[in-house]
Design a protein around this ligand. Structure first.
Ligand code: ATP
Length: 420
């Protein structure tokens, strides 16, 4: 029998408790015994147990001091006095002032983009700022352009959510009615043309929705980005800044990127340098791959609240599967008037084969291939769990019962092995 470890920590004001759960199938329970504490901007309820599982890297911060108890085996657990939380709170206060002004002048609230290299806490800062905004009664829009992690849907997508309540400690932001677009790879570099196309489309749709939702419009937008910041990665960031017409860019822990953006952005864009937290944990490529896998598993099976996906067979003849991007040819071989880059956003029909095994398929809202597929958002995802060439059927894991909607399915490069 494993022994349950119990640790108690007394935290001073302005300090945080950091811990990690590493071992397989481990569970750590956190409870605030006295005082007030928050986790990445969400208040913790005193006396309520919160569960964390393998892979969790957590910081419990307190403005006023508190006592916290941890039950279970943590790989690391320590208290830190040095945190950038006051700086982050000041950023929130400055954004809040802009929201007040937007409300008074009936204009748009601040559109903020968080940028920086990998593992500097971009997603965490995005979550903190959204939580602080919603705790002030705002309804900000959360945009995630990080196709590597897929915080809003699965990896290989970009998306947006209207945030109406603070993120749940264990499950993150409520995923009701997200706006999701298909990319199909875990790095923008795999198809820059397509990435920029869907980023522009998402920006357009958000601008339209803000016109009809004053509260969201004055609350503003907070955009999380990929950690790819050099060369073409930098161009991707400046394109996103332009597409969303950002007002503020928060640069985490990279002076070169800060200086480049200061040089290249129009004067009305405020570029702000912010320190990263010493608590942010670097992840290896294996850990990133595991996190992606865990994200897809959560999509189908849920996290704290279990989901029960359906599994059923579909005939090849009932499916219309496409991938985005034809092999690129030199300009000289392209039909007149077409650029080689156009091929990168073209739909190519895919006939089912064993190569589809374990692959994710995005279920588009587009009715057919002639509908504007790239500009249509997604209803969700299914995963191919078996291919039977003899019977000409695919077995599908799906959040919805059969039948599959008779719409376009888009092939993703991402795979998921369903051994639930
Ligand atoms: P990526 O480039 O992969 O998107 P990122 O820059 O967005 O990474 P985060 O995902 O925010 O970085 O943080 C990396 C990890 O560090 C996460 O697991 C997060 O929970 C953890 N983390 C962030 N801040 C702290 C902290 N203060 N203490 C402990 N862990 C932290």
């Amino acid at each position: 029998m494993t022994e349950v470890q119990l640790q108690e920590f007394k935290l001073d004001p302005d300090s945080e408790l950091r811990f990690e759960v590493e071992s397989k199938n481990e569970k750590v329970v956190l409870e605030v015994k006295s005082g007030y504490a928050e986790l990445f901007g969400t208040e913790l309820v005193k006396g309520k147990p919160y569960e964390f599982h393998t892979g969790a890297k957590v910081a419990v911060f307190t403005w006023h001091g508190c006592t916290v108890e941890l039950r279970g085996r943590t790989e690391v657990s320590y208290m830190a006095k040095e945190t950038p939380m006051v700086v982050y709170l000041n950023v929130h206060a400055a954004l809040e002032q802009q929201r007040v002004a937007a409300e008074q002048e009936s204009t748009r609230g601040p559109v903020t983009m968080v940028v920086g290299p990998g593992d500097v806490g971009k997603s965490t800062l995005t979550r903190i700022l959204l939580n602080y905004a919603v705790r002030m009664g705002r309804r900000p829009i959360y945009v995630d352009l990080d196709v590597g992690q897929g915080h809003i849907s699965v990896p290989g997508t970009i998306g947006a959510l209207l945030v109406e309540r603070p993120a749940s400690i264990e499950e993150g932001f409520s995923q009701q009615a997200p706006l999701v677009y298909h990319f199909g790879h875990n790095s923008p570099g795999e198809n820059l043309e397509l990435y920029n196309t869907i980023v522009s489309r998402l920006a357009e749709v958000i601008a339209e929705r803000c016109e009809n939702n004053k509260k969201a419009s004055t609350s503003g937008v907070i955009i999380n980005t990929c950690g790819w910041i050099k060369g073409a990665g930098y161009k991707v960031l400046t394109h996103a800044a332009q597409a969303f017409e950002v007002d503020v860019i928060l640069v985490l822990d990279n002076e070169r990127l800060y200086n480049e953006l200061k040089r290249d952005m129009p004067k009305f864009v405020k570029v702000v340098y912010l320190p990263k937290s010493g608590g942010v944990v670097e992840r290896s490529s294996t850990q990133r791959a595991e996190a992606r896998d865990a994200r897809i598993r959560e999509y189908f099976y849920g996290k704290r609240t279990p989901y029960y996906p359906h599994s059923f067979d579909v005939k090849f003849s009932d499916l219309k599967i496409y991938k985005v991007g034809a092999p690129s040819l030199p300009d000289s071989c392209m039909p007149l008037g077409m650029r080689a880059e156009d091929a990168l956003t073209k739909l190519v029909s895919v006939w089912p084969s064993p190569a589809l095994h374990h692959r994710l398929l995005a279920v588009s809202f587009a009715a057919g291939p002639d509908d504007d597929v790239l500009h249509s958002n997604l209803a969700g995802f299914v995963c191919v769990t078996a291919v039977d060439m003899e019977r000409q059927t695919l077995t599908i894991l799906s959040p919805q019962p059969r039948p599959l909607p008779t719409t376009v399915l888009l092939l993703s490069e991402l795979q998921y092995m369903d051994n639930h």
